[in-house]
Write a protein that binds this ligand. Sequence first.
Ligand code: CO
Length: 214
Amino acid sequence: MDSYLQIFENNKAWVQSKLAQDEHFFEKLARDQKPHFLYIGCSDSRVPANVIMGLDEGEVFVHRNIANLVVGTDNNINAVIQYAVEYLDIQHIIVCGHYGCGGVKAALHPTDMGQLNSWLQTLRDVYRIHQHELDEMDDPRLKFDRLVELNVIEQCVNIVKIDHVQRRWYKTGFPQIHAWVYDLHNGLLKELDVNLGAYFSSIRSIYDLNISDD
Ligand code: CO
């Protein structure tokens, strides 16, 4: 069977398996969503959010784009974050990069990639911010891995810059922001060993919008 048509067969089989476990599964799921997590990850087909997190339908709100970027002028991600924070009352935002990310790799080697140039510019900015550390690394593999990690950290910083995130944080102490990397070679997620709180404090004088508790 054509791989496209096969998807509908897969879908029917999935529906049947869900109903076999719980005949009211879709009825319950359709009522509302109350996910606890917002996951921002890469579009890479090898990194499916629900699957790697072991979460079921309804448990994680997901946004994916090339190289898990949080770009201040991107209406799409701004809407996702605002909805997650203000309406879903999500308390944990996860930015999850992955080793071997094609987007990050492209940013390491300046090349004209047409429409992708402006998107990759954000990644090149991450490289520029951390150029001193990265250019001291002789092993290209380690340098690539480190840029993946630094990109996740900088995207977490980009979330802190957002006004409605700051508003909610001042009011409730949430959302908490988490920097993760997924390893394609062993399937494991890891939380980056970085003190985001201290890092945020060090740049607070630049990005704190002084939003008062309303
Ligand atoms: Co990627």
